[in-house]
Design a protein around this ligand. Structure first.
Ligand SMILES: Nc1ncnc2c1ncn2[C@@H]1O[C@H](COP(=O)(O)OP(=O)(O)O)[C@@H](O)[C@H]1O
Ligand SMILES: [Mg+2]
Length: 241
């Protein structure tokens, strides 16, 4: 017998099905995310990427399927319990609070847990995104779209997630901030404290950052594998418009 314990997958989703208003949106989606990796969930508009993320986070009920985070079954837990178990979610369109200050926005997730973040945890966010430190007293709504995206990522990171989920973080954002977000993802990957599930339509961003990919097409998995297997044929068939 080999005594070496294998580390469980960071996220394992099996046979996930979701309906909205009586129509099936996801039809048996399965994903396996290895520890300390960046996993890209890809596909054209409307194929079910956001729905997959919402079912994983518990924001949308599933008809069927199992979700395990680092070996723990989350399938029947509420969204709050899943967040506490270690899922950090940055939704599409960011959803920061425009009337709260940057500082208040940053601590929303940790305050809800009755825990004050440690100084080194806050400094880590400032290292990843210096603009957050600079703009702490400003209202969230005064930041540019890209700065709000950085704030939303910082807020999720302060909860120390085991899995960080990002839904189209580059959508509508200026190129220099896209680069900064890409660098932050690289840094987090190198730190090796979490896995990252990235939904992204910006192909070069995925290719540069992703270890593995899955492509969805009409609510099903069309292709999956290491990023090196993402061929021109797959890109043409499932990704370009
Ligand atoms: N709240 C909703 N009500 C009705 N249909 C929805 C709703 N949310 C998503 N859908 C439909 O589900 C499908 C998948 O949507 P979504 O998961 O947002 O796709 P993606 O993120 O890949 O662009 C789309 O056809 C969309 O029209
Ligand atoms: Mg979406």
């Amino acid at each position: 017998m080999n005594a070496v314990a294998t580390e469980p997958l960071s996220l394992s989703v099996s046979d996930l099905s979701v309906s909205i208003g009586g129509s099936r949106i996801l039809r048996g989606v399965s994903l396996d995310i290895r520890p300390k990796t960046v996993f890209c969930l890809m596909g054209r508009n409307g194929v079910g990427k956001t729905t997959t993320l919402k079912a994983i986070t518990g924001l949308m009920p599933a008809d069927n399927g199992n979700i395990h985070l680092a070996g723990t079954d989350l399938s029947r837990l509420s969204a709050d319990k899943r967040a506490l178990a270690g899922i950090g979610f940055v939704p599409q369109g960011r959803e920061i609070f425009p009337q709260l200050t940057v500082e208040e926005n940053l601590y929303v997730g940790t305050v809800a847990r009755g825990r004050k973040p440690k100084k080194e945890e806050i400094d880590r966010i400032f290292t990843l995104f210096p603009i957050i430190k600079e703009f702490l007293p400003r209202k969230g709504g005064m930041l540019s779209g890209g700065q709000q995206q950085q704030l939303a990522i910082g807020r999720a990171l302060l909860t120390n997630p085991k899995l960080l989920i990002l839904d189209e973080p580059t959508e509508g954002i200026q190129p220099n901030i896209i680069d900064q977000i890409g660098d932050a993802i690289k840094m987090l990957r190198e730190e090796g404290k979490m896995a990252i599930l990235l939904v992204e339509q910006y192909l070069d961003f995925c290719k540069e950052l992703g270890d593995d990919f899955t492509i969805l097409e009409r609510g099903r998995v069309a292709a999956t594998g290491p990023m090196t297997d993402l061929s021109e044929e797959l890109i043409k068939e499932f990704l370009t418009v």
